[in-house]
Design a protein around this ligand. Structure first.
Ligand SMILES: Cc1cc2nc3c(=O)[nH]c(=O)nc-3n(C[C@H](O)[C@H](O)[C@H](O)COP(=O)(O)O)c2cc1C
Length: 215
């Protein structure tokens, strides 16, 4: 029998560290080092990890657009702020101060990573929609986790999508590419990352029948 040469599925995982990363990957909007650039190799390593995520029919439709140009970040931040103002007005309630803080300094954040998917699914059936977004968003989340594990904070943002066409013009993104989330990324500085208070599994888990909880 051939001896395995690499890691196997029975290798022990350091669960403490693994769970800590999963439980403490919070939005980091303010506690960032705005002056410390991120090494491109670190971003590429995280993207290599992210692309281990599942992808429908193994298509690998993901593309990651890392924006570090001061001029382009300024333009994107301007669009982001416009989207935030529109949302804030539409809701009729002020958004959280941290959300405004992120918007105010977005252009200063070292890297804005736009997670894109090649293709469009506007009027697709439910399984097609699930397949399309399910082939890109897990990778985006893995990217946030990999960044966090290396001391890099980010936030899951979707507001730029309100200005998809303008963003496409600024960054040269073709029409057939869907922009999903944008992660503003920087090394953390003084961030305190704790598990969030969430409903326990027992309150959100049913067994064998909708609404049936475990005794
Ligand atoms: C679909 C989605 C869109 C989001 N869009 C934004 C956004 O545009 N800007 C922002 O500051 N946060 C955004 N967030 C982050 C949420 O506000 C944040 O995840 C939530 O408040 C919980 O905080 P936590 O990430 O620290 O657990 C978004 C989150 C999700 C899941």
């Amino acid at each position: 029998m051939t001896q395995p040469t690499g890691p196997t599925d029975i290798d022990e995982i350091d669960l403490e560290s693994f769970d800590r990363v999963l439980e403490t990957t919070r939005s980091v909007r303010r506690r960032l080092d705005f002056d410390r650039p991120i090494e491109p190799e670190v971003i590429e390593r995280c993207i290599n990890i992210a692309t281990q995520a599942p992808t429908g029919i193994n298509a690998e439709n993901w593309r990651f657009l890392v924006v570090t140009s001061a001029e382009k970040k300024l333009k994107l931040a301007d669009l982001y702020r416009r989207a935030l103002a529109t949302l804030s007005e539409a809701r009729g309630v002020p958004l959280k101060p941290t959300q405004h803080a992120l918007a105010d300094r977005l252009h200063e954040i070292p890297a804005l990573i736009l997670v894109c998917a090649i293709g469009r699914i506007a009027n697709g059936s439910l399984p097609m929609q699930v397949g399309f977004y399910g082939s890109i968003l897990p990778a985006a989340w893995s990217l946030m986790l990999a960044l966090r594990a290396r001391g890099l904070g980010s936030t899951w943002t979707s507001l730029l999508g309100f200005h998809e066409e303008e963003v496409a013009r600024i960054l040269g993104i073709p029409d057939e590419v869907t922009q999903t989330v944008m992660l503003p990324v920087g090394y953390m500085s003084g961030a305190v990352l704790k598990p969030a208070i969430r409903k326990p599994a027992r309150d959100v888990t049913y067994w064998d029948h909708w609404g049936a909880v475990r005794d």
